[in-house]
Design a protein around this ligand. Structure first.
Ligand SMILES: *Cc1c(COP(=O)(O)O)cnc(C)c1O
Length: 232
């Protein structure tokens, strides 16, 4: 299902309003919270309309799909963020075609992104994905291993370590969500070089903003459901 310009405008405005209200409630500046529009499985035309409405940062999970859309949108100055799992044979294209990667969880991948970052581009912005609830099946590094990975990445000149990304296990209450996000925040604070917390989605944005999120990742609430899409 594709949305028209009015629908996309309404959706983006409601989310921005929600972010502004949550920021005020939690004594944050709303301009310190970036809205990342997650456009996976949505066509390039939808991204183009959202961009024309002022949305500049887009998140993609699947490399080939993202490269295809980037080709169609070369005329736009989009800030592309890679937020999906990374296989080592994909690092070259990720490093050359994105300005941010949120899902780095091992040094091997970081080294490849560093070595493959084209010389004409600025250093690639990196967030470490933290498996904050220690879920066995989930991507992300265990919290106790973050310091070591942080140190390795800070030694890589073509990467700029920006912060942490987390996708916590679903929680019942604001309080539980907040406690988890606060743990991510506290880990981030141990590294003064970090300034970014990529955390919060539609269902837990309020708690994420309360705990210091600087980037919320929203897909469905902007572009509508992905269910009718052929690719899964
Ligand atoms: C898909 C995705 C989102 C957005 O999810 P929605 O439910 O569509 O808002 C956010 N973060 C990550 C890492 C994702 O893969």
């Amino acid at each position: 299902m594709n949305l028209n310009k009015d629908q996309l405008r309404d959706n983006i405005h409601s989310i921005q309003n929600a972010i502004a209200q949550m920021a005020t409630k939690h004594h944050r500046q709303s301009d310190q919270i970036c809205l990342l529009a997650v456009s996976k499985k949505k066509p390039a035309e939808q991204i183009r309309i959202a961009f024309d409405l002022g949305q500049k940062a887009f998140g993609e999970n699947y490399l080939q799909e993202a490269l295809d859309k980037q080709q169609q949108l070369l005329d736009l100055d989009i800030d592309w963020h890679f937020i999906g799992p990374i296989q080592s044979n994909k690092t070259r294209d990720i490093s050359a075609n994105f300005s941010w990667v949120h899902s780095v969880d091992r040094v091997k991948i970081a080294k490849r992104l560093n070595d493959q970052r084209p010389a004409h581009l600025p250093p690639l912005n990196i967030c470490l994905q933290v498996n904050i609830d220690n879920e066995p099946s989930k991507s992300g590094i265990a919290p106790e291993k973050i310091m070591e990975l942080t140190e390795s990445i800070m030694a890589l000149p073509r990467l700029k370590l920006r912060g942490l990304m987390a996708i916590p296990a679903p929680k019942e209450s604001f309080e539980e969500q907040f406690k988890t996000f606060k743990r991510v925040h506290d880990i981030m604070k141990k590294t003064p070089e970090m300034d970014t917390l990529s955390m919060g989605m539609s269902g837990d944005m309020d708690a994420a903003i309360a705990a210091g999120s600087t980037m919320v990742r929203v897909g469905t609430a902007i572009f509508g459901s992905r269910k009718s899409s052929s690719k899964v």
